[in-house]
Write a protein that binds this ligand. Sequence first.
Ligand SMILES: C[S@@+](CC[C@H](N)C(=O)[O-])C[C@H]1O[C@@H](n2cnc3c(N)ncnc32)[C@H](O)[C@@H]1O
Length: 252
Amino acid sequence: MDIGAYHALSAGYDRLNSETDYLSWADFISECFKKFSEIEVKEVLDLGCGTGAMTFPLRELQYDMIGLDISYEMLSVARETADEKGIDDILWLCQDMRDFELYGTVQGAVCVLDGINHLWGVRDLEKCLKLLHNYIEPGGVFVFDVNTPKKFATFYGDNDYILEDEDVMCCWQNSYDRRRGICTFYLTVFEKNSDGTWRRTDTEQRERCYTRKKLENALESAGFEVCGFFGGFDLREADDSDMRWYIAAKRK
Ligand SMILES: C[S@@+](CC[C@H](N)C(=O)[O-])C[C@H]1O[C@@H](n2cnc3c(N)ncnc32)[C@H](O)[C@@H]1O
């Protein structure tokens, strides 16, 4: 697991990720909870919550939130945002989604913005799903998304990108191993210091490409029933041309 990338990205992450529509995404998640859960969803675990981009909107929808992330730096940004907003009822946990412990069970869980692709080791997805099965009450629902095989083959591939916003820039070079289904991202982040100088950090991160079949099999083996495999927030069925799939799975 490469967590260094998020240590380097944490300060500028929200600015570089400002175009993602988290409010519509939160509504979609809430709709999935209402449609597929057999129990009332009150407590929700946000796996790989990062700076809380989805934790806060779900809290606004009246869910009791737990945000869990392996990166202390990402969680620090989340905590600062919570302080600024006067929010003190979110439990932030610095833990690994392959090996976490909660104080009790939840009725819903999410993992948003390709957190599941970050589980690039062969057994990591199984470990994470097994733990989710332990902590989600029977009938509760896990909603997550993945970058699709099409996105790995076309958008990521061996392409280079530059992301920039005020006082932060990220140069992003990809190397996609098609045989292993693993994409390595080489990231160089420049952040402007308060004295006008720039700080450079070089880091690496990996994501695994999961096929639909692989995800469905892993969910089934961990004790989940796939309720929906969607290509968008409008709940349309996923297909091979999608860049992101949204999956809702019920804990049996
Ligand atoms: C693409 S970011 C998404 C963050 C947040 N969900 C969002 O939508 O902005 C992926 C997050 O997963 C976290 N992460 C990666 N591997 C992890 C692991 N093994 N356990 C917990 N968190 C992990 C990273 O630290 C990062 O914050």
